[in-house]
Design a protein around this ligand. Structure first.
Ligand code: PMP
Ligand code: GLN
Length: 383
């Protein structure tokens, strides 16, 4: 293994899901729903397979999905993209992020990311030979946020990209207009590209609203906006994502993407297009159900002794293990299947310096109510 990838080993999601299988513990670690997405979307995939949609799709993605994505960005955010030149279909958001970073950074360049960050970010930046520069999100009145002065201080002449994930995994923060304006100002002032990971764009709670960074002044022309079907339609195994960006960015990213995977699987693209066009009412139902599950799991974790940072979006909750008398979330996470029959994710692996996230673990609540209740029962009895 090349030196720059040493230290990445097995992903924490694979490790913790394997632990859940081996111990029979309830898996609130890796984020995947335990119920299927809308029947219409599943049907459309079956139809696509049966109807001969099984050969290579076009390199930029099937026209139906590019069109549906362009319509969705316009209807939901008032952002117009040309489906033929400004939309690119990818193998999930993961490939979109990787091909964007690989296409837009030279070795030695720097990528700013809000820490804790989704695990693929650091590995992808390392693969590009670039350097990830963290700006830490810290709890303020229970909500994780950043200090704009720290963001400004993180910029150097080598900075190329600011990677922005909102709604944020694992903190659950939905960046406000004020926070996004601060990011936009830094990008414009220093001529930086923003790569936005918006995979949880529909999963927001209470009065939190997802705002696309590309809609802020000066940002449309410097933003690579990424989303995917996995979370929106509860089909995380389909790995179908997309990028909306100005044509020169799409051309650059596509140059890389075509040699990573060439294209993504065709049937899921047709089904994702169907979802964006016809199943957003179902997604609204999912959003409401997840909000109730957020409250259910948060209250349960609190009753088991954790300090909980209630998320404004996503399907994860950050919990602080220190009130339970534990200093290290990773130690607790690895002991938890034996102690209580529950699996969670030690969030410290999402920090450039694990010490900064030592006290946190993440629980997923995209699970049936009875599963959440049983997990809470076990935690209350086992800790
Ligand atoms: N970004 C974030 C923040 C995620 O949580 C995930 C995965 N769940 C992804 C990207 C990857 O999305 P996909 O499965 O579409 O590659
Ligand atoms: N995004 C999901 C999570 O954060 C899982 C992704 C994965 O397994 N790579 O749990």
């Amino acid at each position: 293994l090349v030196e720059r990838m040493r230290g990445f080993g097995t992903t924490i999601f694979a490790e913790m899901s394997a632990l859940a299988v081996a111990t029979g513990a309830i898996n609130l670690g890796q984020g995947f729903p335990d119920e299927d997405g809308p029947a219409g979307v599943l049907e459309r995939a079956v139809e696509a397979v049966r109807g001969g949609g099984n050969q290579y799709p076009p390199g930029i993605g099937v026209p139906e999905l590019r069109q549906a994505v362009a319509e969705q960005r316009l209807a939901r955010y008032g952002q117009a993209y040309d489906p033929d030149t400004e939309v690119l279909v990818t193998v999930g958001a993961t490939e979109a992020i990787a091909s964007a970073v690989l296409a837009l950074t030279e070795p030695g360049d720097e990528v700013i990311a809000f820490e804790p960050f989704y695990d693929s970010y650091a590995a992808t930046v390392a693969l590009a030979g670039a350097r990830i520069v963290p700006v830490t999100l810290r709890p303020e009145a229970g909500r994780f946020t950043f200090d704009p002065a720290e963001l400004r201080a993180a910029v150097t002449p080598r900075t190329r990209i600011v990677l922005v994930n909102s709604p944020h995994n694992p903190c659950g923060t939905v960046f406000t207009g004020e926070e996004l304006r601060a990011v936009a100002e830094v990008c414009v002032e220093h001529g930086l590209t923003a790569v936005t990971d918006e995979v949880y764009e529909y999963l927001t709670f209470d009065d939190a609203v997802h705002l696309p960074l590309a809609a802020f002044p000066g940002m449309r022309e410097r933003t690579v906006a990424i989303s995917s079907a996995g979370k929106t339609f509860s089909v995380t195994g389909w790995k179908t994502g997309w990028i909306c960006a100005p044509e020169p960015y799409i051309r650059a990213v596509r140059t890389v993407k075509q040699f990573l995977t060439y294209v993504g699987a065709a049937p899921w693209q047709l089904a994702a297009a169907h979802g964006l066009r016809h199943e957003l009412a179902w997604v609204e139902g999912l959003r409401g159900a997840l909000q109730a599950k957020r409250d259910r799991l948060s209250a349960g974790l609190e009753s088991a002794g954790f300090t909980v940072h209630r998320p404004q979006g996503t399907y994860f909750v950050q919990a602080d293990v220190s009130p339970l008398g534990h200093r290290d979330g990773a130690e607790l996470a690895r002991a938890l299947p034996a102690l209580a029959g529950v699996v969670c994710i030690p969030t410290q692996v999402f920090y450039a310096d694990p010490a900064r996230g030592r006290r946190y673990v993440r629980f997923a609540f995209c699970k049936r109510d009875e599963v959440i209740d049983e997990a809470v029962e076990r935690l209350r009895g086992g800790l």
